[in-house]
Design a protein around this ligand. Structure first.
Ligand SMILES: [Zn+2]
Length: 536
């Protein structure tokens, strides 16, 4: 059976809408835009310099203190628990502690529809032996409960254990990517509601045909601590927040939807500046109004220009998932065995970078305690590397890349993307569009999906236009783009100088686990792509 992944923006979703599009757009001069021109040139050392030395391990130290203080655990306890996990044998064991507080508030029709708070906590214990993993978890962070989980996970091993546990010690992580002054999670509900209402008013004021508005703020703060049988003890404090808005335009029964939003590992100040709810609201309203005039999409093979930012979901689907090391170790990826081979036009360099400050897909450490990194996946068209976690790096004798991620303590880690994007090229957007005789200009997408084994991927465009004689003309509706992973990027014939990252609302689904990710792309031209049209 082949693996299929489905990745979507997480935005408010109306049950009433007739369109299934889930689009969104970069708004104004979002931080991604201002950073985009520079961050891709940054080395990891430069990123580290953003945190002054005394503070660079603060998140790790604070998180360890949090778990030890709150639950009365000691280094000695952790060592005993890891020894229990390896008591029957095994190559490696680790403990993943998680404490998460999440809030959400939704407004529909200018009324607070729901405000919710949830707290979850637990520990996952993993025992690895060869390519097999034993996993058990408990939602009771107490020594006896964790020991019971460790004993359960240890049953993957059959023989008596001989592996010694190295005593754990707090290990430097070296990154402090999201030093948030005031987390959204500790902001008063009334303040969040006021922010949301500002967005609501802006959307309604945009055009009298905006009939319905739904918007929300979702935020969380997550403490994690990871202890490993080879002696590593690290922690992190991970804030995450997003604002999302959906507008429905109604023109005499013609109903169209627009969606926007943004966020990241940011504090409340993020939504008080350039990335305000008003900006997202105006964008969602604009999309909905434009769609009122949209014409049917012509079907067939044609030149396609992708706008910058969220259309980078194309990379995520076309190549990203196929370059996760588990699929390649199991030889189920269409990219298996292609390291050193051309898989894209030489204009394309694609990286996965978990070290960009404040981004939704960034992490100081991955969910196995490994510092994240910048991994070159494709360099000038040549496949250079895969994204790896502990297990698959070990089995394939390759380096760990800090891509071991999991949805929660209830889940085993696996190789996942962080922020995946293509580096900027030299062309201007205007020149790229001018070079197209007849084609499609797609600027916003709903979700995408890919069949890992065949490499076949598909997306739905939520905002797209015809290009006729080098000019952007009518908006079209219901456009879908299809392609094959190892082939699609070979047809990239122009790469713009306008790299943007998405606004920070993406979620990636793989094997039933959702994790926040980032994507990005400059304007690019693909010389041939299959465009499907639907008559909505
Ligand atoms: Zn995905």
């Amino acid at each position: 059976m082949s693996d299929t992944t489905i990745c979507l923006p997480v935005l408010p979703h109306y049950t009433l809408v007739i369109s299934k599009d889930t689009g969104r757009r970069i708004v104004g001069s979002l931080d991604s835009r201002t950073q985009a021109g520079n961050f891709h040139k940054q080395s990891r050392e430069e990123v580290r310099h953003r945190a002054s030395p005394p503070e660079k391990d603060k998140m790790s130290t604070d998180a360890i203190k949090f778990f030890f203080g709150r639950y009365g655990l000691t280094n000695g306890d952790i060592d005993k628990l890891l020894a229990a996990a390896l008591a029957r044998g095994g190559d490696y064991a680790d403990l993943y502690f998680e404490y998460r507080v999440a809030n959400s508030v939704n407004i529909e029709e200018q009324i607070v529809k729901q405000a919710a708070k949830s707290i979850s906590q637990g520990v996952g214990v993993r025992v690895v032996i060869g390519d097999k993993t034993g996993y058990a978890y408990t939602d009771d962070i107490a020594f006896d409960a964790i020991r019971h989980a460790a004993e359960t996970a240890s049953h993957i091993a059959r023989s008596g254990g001989s592996k010694q546990v190295a005593g754990v010690n707090a290990t430097p992580t070296g990154l402090n990517l999201y030093p948030v002054a005031v987390p959204v999670s500790s902001t008063e509900l009334s303040k969040k509601i006021e922010l949301i209402k500002q967005g609501d008013r802006a959307a309604r004021g945009f055009d009298r045909r905006i009939r319905e508005v739904q918007s929300s703020i979702n935020d969380e703060v997550k403490y994690v601590m990871i202890a490993t049988s080879d002696g590593r003890l690290v922690g992190d404090l991970q804030p995450l927040a997003r604002f999302g808005i959906t507008c429905i335009a109604d023109d005499d029964g013609n109903l169209q939807v627009g969606r926007s939003g943004g966020g990241g590992r940011v504090g409340i100040d993020f939504f008080e500046g350039e990335s305000s709810p008003e900006q997202y609201a105006l964008e969602a309203a604009r999309q909905a109004i434009i769609q009122l005039e949209a014409v049917a999409t012509p079907a067939g093979t044609m030149e396609v220009v992708l706008g910058p930012g969220w259309p980078g979901i194309l990379l995520h689907e076309a190549v990203g998932h196929g370059l996760e090391s588990d699929f390649n170790r199991k030889q189920t990826s269409a990219f298996c065995g292609l390291i050193g081979q051309p898989v894209a036009s030489e204009l394309c360099t694609v990286v996965d970078d978990g070290t960009i400050p404040d981004r939704r897909g960034s992490l100081n450490i991955d969910d196995e305690g490994e510092p994240t990194s910048r991994t070159v996946l494709i360099e000038n068209g040549i496949l250079r590397g895969y994204m790896s976690d502990y297990l698959n790096a070990g089995l394939t004798k390759s380096a760990r890349t800090g891509n071991g991620r999991r949805q929660s303590y209830k889940h085993m880690p696996m190789p996942r993307m962080t922020n995946t994007f293509m580096l900027a090229g030299l062309d201007s957007k205007e020149d790229i569009i001018r070079s197209v005789k007849r084609g499609l200009y797609a600027v916003q997408f709903g979700g995408g999906q890919v069949d890992i084994t065949s490499g076949e991927f598909a997306f739905s465009a939520s905002e797209a236009y015809l290009i006729e004689d080098g000019k952007v003309t009518a908006p079209v509706k219901g456009a879908t783009l299809r392609g094959n992973g190892p082939q699609a990027l070979k047809h990239v014939t122009a790469v713009g100088n306008d790299l943007e990252l998405d606004p920070g609302v993406g979620v990636c689904g793989k094997a039933g686990q959702n994790v926040p990710v980032g994507v990005g792309i400059p304007t690019i031209k693909i010389s041939e792509m299959t465009v499907g049209g639907t008559q909505n």
